[in-house]
Design a protein around this ligand. Structure first.
Ligand code: PGA
Length: 250
């Protein structure tokens, strides 16, 4: 880990009903009693954001959304804007997750537009990039990931708080992870691209690793150069799984 303050963000995806707020409360209570070095956030389903904000009121745990529409309001049935997330109590938003890129055909340009929307609403964007298994096997991982970074991050991020999450698509929800040297190589390439396009802001932004981060591999992953945190799916749903990952960040 470098001198970039780590960020450990949980991504609940389409999981969680009212009862799940107990896990968020337990997480916040434990962390407020024994503070950690990392910033910690939970990206909740849209239906839980306002209730989670109420439940975690006064806690250091940030609440986030998992996607937003590029526009602030209008005739977009079923969508949620960055302004609405902010209004409900979110501080950050995950954008360009591979489940959105693959399932909804989200392009780099759309992710960039959503990133602009997040900044407009005062949310910290966490922009996801990552190669598929076919792309990795074809030796294209670095090319794909750096092209996604260049295409998905608008110049307006300069001077703003944001994070990038490197999430190999084949590692998400599978229990598979790249080797530590493989993670290191991609993170170094993401850092170089970020610094090239955004200068000092790009040099300072946290680069998270995501994809099957668990309590038993978090320490090694988080100790890798240019890994400044983690984006955690399955293991963020239970406080008992998420807390050791948060603590592994120092
Ligand atoms: P996972 O998900 O930790 O369950 O692999 C990570 C993510 O999709 O952000």
């Amino acid at each position: 880990m470098s001198n970039v303050r780590p960020l450990i963000a949980g991504n609940w995806k389409m999981n969680g009903l009212a009862g799940s707020l107990d896990e968020a409360r337990l997480l916040a209570k434990t962390l407020d009693a024994a503070p950690v070095a990392a910033r910690v956030g939970l990206a909740a389903p849209a239906t839980l954001i306002a209730r989670m904000a109420e439940a975690l009121n006064g806690s250091t745990v940030m609440i986030g959304g998992q996607d937003c529409h590029p526009k602030a309001s209008g005739a977009f049935t079923g969508d949620v804007s960055a302004e609405m997330l902010r209004d409900a109590g979110a501080a950050f938003v995950i954008l360009g997750h591979s489940e959105r890129r693959a399932g909804y055909g989200e392009s780099d340009a759309l992710v960039a537009a959503k990133t602009e929307a997040a900044l407009r609403a005062g949310l910290e964007p966490v922009i996801c990039v990552g190669e598929t298994l076919e792309q990795r096997q074809a030796g294209e991982a670095l090319e794909i990931v750096t092209a996604q970074v260049r295409g998905s991050l608008p110049q307006s991020l300069s001077g703003k708080a944001f994070a990038v999450a490197y999430e190999p698509v084949w590692a998400i929800g599978t229990g598979l992870t790249p080797s530590i040297p493989e993670i290191e190589v991609v993170h170094a390439a993401v850092r170089a691209a970020l610094t090239d396009i955004l200068g000092d802001s790009g040099a300072k932004a946290p680069i998270l690793y995501g994809g099957s981060v668990k309590p038993d591999n978090a320490r090694d992953i988080l100790a890798t150069p240019e890994v400044n945190g983690a984006l955690v799916g399955g293991a963020s749903l239970k406080a008992d799984d998420f807390l050791p990952i948060v603590r592994a960040a120092g």
